[in-house]
Design a binder for this molecule. Structure first.
Ligand code: CU
Length: 192
């Protein structure tokens, strides 16, 4: 029975490390439009707003607005381009919607109130793959000197000019993983 308990503890520890997203302490929270929020007033340039951020998986995107006037619809790229609010993937209506980014790539949002998307109430949250993600860091490379370093530099220069102060450091994911592993090991040893 004791052995089974140890195995269970070890399995639990491994599952914790694998299943948990990066710890909340490392995730950034971005309020769309900053002080202006999610609105049609003042012609907020959401494209420009997004361009100044470096989004990562685990970050939280907050839409703040008066729910009687606006909403938030996550849509496909097609519907984003066309401002088509008739077939949203997900609709949020609370007026203070927190959306956690769980994957890389584009996340398209628009306001579904007629005319609002057309007047610019739309935003594309693009979560780029960075060179420091665990997957690319561990991927075997035939020529790690030249080939591996080039995409890293390209990715870095392709991002917003300079690391912004509110964005986590590039090493954060690895640091998080390390902390998670150590914590899991401690938990496992305590349970044994
Ligand atoms: Cu609106």
């Amino acid at each position: 029975m004791a052995a089974a308990k140890v195995v269970a503890a070890a399995v639990t520890a491994v599952l914790l490390v694998v299943a948990l997203p990066p710890p909340a302490a490392h995730a950034a929270v971005y309020k769309v439009g900053d002080a202006a929020g999610w609105t049609t007033i003042g012609n907020v340039d959401y494209k420009q707003w997004a361009a100044t951020k470096t989004f990562h998986v685990g970050d939280v995107i907050v839409f703040n607005y008066a729910p009687q006037f606006h909403n938030v619809m996550q849509v496909t790229h097609q519907d984003y381009k066309a401002c088509n609010a008739s077939s949203p993937i997900v609709t949020h209506t609370s007026g203070n919607d927190s959306i956690t980014i769980t994957k890389h790539g584009h996340h398209f949002f628009l306001c579904g109130v007629p005319g609002h998307c057309q007047s610019g109430q739309k935003v594309d949250i693009n979560v780029r793959r960075t060179a420091t993600t665990t997957a690319s860091a561990m991927a075997p490379s035939p020529s790690h000197e030249s080939v591996a370093s080039t995409p890293a530099k390209a990715a870095a220069s392709a991002m917003a000019p300079g690391p912004s102060s509110d964005a986590p450091a590039y090493s954060a994911p690895l640091e998080c993983l390390f902390i998670s592993v150590v914590t899991a090991a401690l938990v496992a040893s305590l349970l044994v």
